[in-house]
Design a protein around this ligand. Structure first.
Ligand code: ZN
Ligand code: MN
Length: 147
């Protein structure tokens, strides 16, 4: 479980260190990013902020996510249909499990991941820098609703 408060402070500090203003809007976006366990989309984040910041545009949210991504503090999960999702709790590469029905995304705790990385490096003689590992399936909620 990620430490939301620590993540929040780290991202705000990094924004400051890089000369970016800390506006209430920006803080609110960071807060949602680090408090969401469900890998929100820009639209999700925007919808969450509508109440407190009615004039904030989708483009503003998007620009802020791009900025935080450029600081290496949010992981972008890109999908071919453009429905990108974001993980502000763990910005480092990690595997995901994705429900093809409701688009729920969770972080599995894979003990074999380190072994897998070693195996790939050994077999290909590559120096592995990064990885993308997505599992697609149907979540237990969606399975129940199936007949
Ligand atoms: Zn589902
Ligand atoms: Mn994740």
């Amino acid at each position: 479980m990620a430490d939301h408060k620590k993540r929040f402070e780290r991202i705000v500090q990094k924004l400051k260190d890089n000369g970016h203003k800390i506006t209430p809007q920006r803080m609110a976006i960071v807060k949602i990013l680090v408090n969401s366990e469900g890998h929100p989309s820009v639209e999700n984040i925007h919808a969450h902020l509508k109440k407190d910041f009615p004039t904030m545009s989708l483009a503003t949210v998007y620009r802020n996510i791009v900025l935080i991504k450029s600081l290496g503090e949010v992981l972008e999960l890109g999908f071919p249909d453009g429905s990108n999702r974001y993980d502000g709790n763990n910005p480092y590469p990690h595997p995901h499990v994705i429900c093809i029905k409701c688009k729920k995304i969770v972080d599995p705790d894979l003990e074999s991941l380190d072994e897998m990385k070693k195996e790939v490096a050994l077999e290909t003689k590559f120096k592995i820098l990064n990885h993308r590992l997505d599992f697609f399936g149907i979540c237990s909620n969606c399975m129940e609703q199936q007949d």
